[in-house]
Write a protein that binds this ligand. Structure first.
Ligand code: NAI
Ligand code: 15L
Length: 268
């Protein structure tokens, strides 16, 4: 049966807030979890991913988890270790102990951030491209994907690892014309990842059907994802403002953009 009760970790964050707004229309009953209280949601669980008891209670009885909680930018290794590496392990262990069969993991393009971005005429980047994290943050997403594979192979727990590009209301840079995922497409993709059959551990890219796409959405589409948006409507304005990407500029030469040279540091 299709999952109905879904735990959304990271529910207070940017993406969590967008998904809290959009996913209930697909019929999900969301349970919310975050270190930060979720505004207007008194039933949300306010706890750290380090709190194993709270996690175990939060996953009890859910059909699936969308795991967004964690540090979402570069940070000192110790902080990444605690929230993203140990935190994701704690979540998987709690899910295993409670018999939750499916996790949708918010991976990131920064797990492969050092991959040269394709230039005109180059093939799109496939999902099985070697991982090349661009930060400790990207390294933690690479770990999460390996953890997901281990829990499939050893415990039969399924994961869709979504290497999200940039999911915000609108693209705000020329790079985002290639990697943007509209919130609506984000919800479509999470819904597909929750409902597709026999996903085992599947890695997909998370973006809209952008004209300037850098990576291959075939695997995402194989889950039933049918993106409806394209960032191209924002191209003229963004290019007039910032100019085209310069392949000689290291910030523009890789999938990870400026994370390879000058990553934005968490917290701001
Ligand atoms: P965000 O930083 O706005 O939200 C993350 C949330 O996780 C925050 O509400 C924070 O309180 C919570 N959190 C952090 N550490 C925690 C801990 N130890 N225990 C419990 N909660 C904790 O980030 P955003 O943009 O909403 O991203 C959500 C997820 O998606 C993150 O895992 C991020 O790495 C991933 N992602 C997001 C992208 C985007 O475009 N928004 C792109 C690629 C990946
Ligand atoms: C990410 O992984 C970050 O969480 C998000 O804030 C954006 O910076 C995004 O990648 C991106 O690459 O634009």
């Amino acid at each position: 049966p299709a999952p109905r009760t879904v735990l959304l970790t990271g529910a207070a964050g940017g993406l969590g807030t967008l998904m809290r707004g959009l996913l209930p229309a697909y019929g999900y009953d969301l349970r919310l979890f975050d270190l930060t209280p979720v505004e207007g949601e008194p039933d949300a669980v306010t706890a750290d991913l380090g709190d194993k008891d709270a996690l175990r209670e939060a996953v009890r009885g859910v059909d699936a988890v969308i795991h967004l909680a964690g540090i979402s930018l570069e940070a000192p290794f110790e902080k990444i270790l605690r929230s993203n590496i140990e935190g994701t392990y704690n979540l998987y262990e709690a899910a295993r102990e409670e018999g939750v069969g499916r996790i949708v993991f918010a991976s990131s393009n920064h797990a492969i951030g050092y991959t040269p971005r394709p230039l005109a005429g180059d093939p799109l980047i496939p999902v099985d491209t070697p991982r090349r994290p661009d930060t400790f943050y990207g390294l933690s997403k690479s770990f999460g994907e390996d953890l997901a594979q281990l829990y499939w192979d050893k415990h039969g727990m399924e994961t869709v690892s979504v290497r999200i590009g940039s999911c915000f209301m609108e693209p705000t840079s020329v790079r985002m014309l290639s990697v943007w995922m509209s919130p609506g497409d984000g919800a479509r993709l999470f819904h597909a990842a929750l409902t597709a059959e026999d996903v085992r551990h599947t890695v997909v890219y998370g973006s809209s059907d952008n004209t300037r796409l850098w990576w291959d959405l075939t695997t995402a589409r194989s889950l039933g994802y049918d993106p409806q948006d394209d960032s191209e409507q924002y191209a003229d304005k963004l290019i007039a403002e910032h100019g085209e990407l310069d392949p000689e500029n290291p910030d523009h030469a890789h999938l990870g953009g400026h994370f390879v040279t000058n990553p934005p540091i968490w917290p701001y």
